[in-house]
Design a protein around this ligand. Structure first.
Ligand code: ADP
Length: 342
């Protein structure tokens, strides 16, 4: 569906050349939700401008549905860009137009008749859950409702790809979730390919199928969300993981306290991915071995491909018994990491 082949975008600045995007290869499949995560300055916005044809790569090709949009110009580029829609962090609505008129705007530009416009707008208002709000002005809407208008407007001309540029970053956590659920719902209903640029791991965890992690213009890690979460490789990915694994400074401090209180035993971090969270493995090891297990802290969250959880436990017992218990956990595909008193 989308193929980024060895793309680099180099800007010439006063201080020499700056590689905003550096030799990126990415392949996004039809109908998937793909997340690109990175901190500020990683090159995400540049990637979005390359994906929507606003900028051309210095090197490489951006192929969307077989069309190399990095080589296209004029009508060909305009046609290709029509198939790509965007939603934005600050919604970018027209403030003097009602909800209906905002959604109708791209249809007007595309020359759709008044009658068909009205029909399509009604469908879209229904789809994004804004029934009854069609005559309202953006200033009368909540942030979440404004983004729903943004989504409806982006879908008006039946795009093939929806790009989200930090689309939930201006929303509170609850509204963020409702917008992410709406995007997932639309993705399922109409099989729309969605690419989300974000700095929040929560967005990736909640709805993305695959993820690419960007740092200094490079994709440092990419893959299935669950797999990347299960076994993050790059240090920056591990940092992002801390956003959702509940490993706050508070937890770190309390783990240190526990280690001080219990001079023996071990503190172990257990990672559960997918099916393993369903299995009563902890009770199994307690029964099977001569050990005492205290759960110190835990958090289980869901991804689109299964549950994901982290538990911190303190295990008391002889070295042999603890090692054997950890071995059983590993056999059940629970990741174990001893973080104290090894
Ligand atoms: P992000 O969206 O992840 O914050 P950007 O794509 O905006 O990252 O920026 C990546 C790098 O490229 C930054 O160092 C930024 O300063 C630089 N950059 C982006 N756009 C331009 C431009 N038009 N001219 C020069 N440098 C740019």
């Amino acid at each position: 569906m989308i193929d980024l082949q060895n793309i680099s975008k180099i800007y010439k600045t006063k201080n020499g050349e700056l590689k905003a995007v550096d030799q990126v290869n990415l392949s996004i499949k039809q109908g998937e939700i793909y997340g690109i995560i990175g901190y500020s300055g990683a090159g995400k916005s540049t990637m979005i401008r390359l994906l929507n044809g606003l900028e051309k790569p210095t090197v490489g090709s951006v192929i969307i549905n077989g069309n190399d949009i990095s080589k296209a110009s004029g009508k060909k580029l305009r046609d290709a860009r029509q198939k790509i829609s965007m939603i934005f962090q600050h919604f970018n609505l027209l403030w003097s137009r009602t909800v209906e008129e905002n959604i109708a705007f791209p249809l007007e530009i595309a020359g759709v008749s008044k009658e068909q416009r009205a029909k399509r707008v009604e469908e879209l208002i229904e789809l994004v859950g804004l029934a009854g709000r069609g005559k309202a002005y953006p200033s009368q809407l909540s942030g979440g409702q404004k983004q729903r208008v943004g989504i409806a407007r982006a879908l008006a001309n039946n795009p093939e790809v929806l790009l989200g540029d930090e689309a939930t970053s201006a929303l509170d956590p609850e509204t963020t979730d409702s917008i992410l659920e709406l995007l997932l719902d639309i993705n399922k209903k109409i099989g729309l390919t969605i690419v989300l640029i974000t700095h929040e791991m929560h967005v990736i965890r909640k709805i993305c199928d695959r993820v690419a992690v960007m740092e200094a213009g490079k994709v440092v890690e990419q893959g299935e969300v669950l797999q990347v979460f299960q076994n993050p490789q790059a240090p920056i990915t591990k940092n992002f993981m801390a956003q959702i694994s509940g490993e706050t400074q508070e937890i770190q401090a309390s783990l240190e306290q526990i280690l001080a209180n219990y001079p023996s035993g071990r503190i172990v971090k257990l990672g559960f991915v997918g099916q393993t969270t369903e299995q009563p493995v902890i009770s199994q090891i307690i029964k099977q071995f001569d050990i005492v297990v205290n759960i110190v802290h835990g958090k289980i969250s869901n991804t689109t491909s299964g549950p994901l959880g982290t538990l911190f436990v303190h295990i008391e017992g002889s070295n042999d018994q603890i090692n054997a218990a950890l071995e059983v956990l590993a056999q059940h595909k629970v990741q174990t990491e001893v973080i104290g008193h090894d």
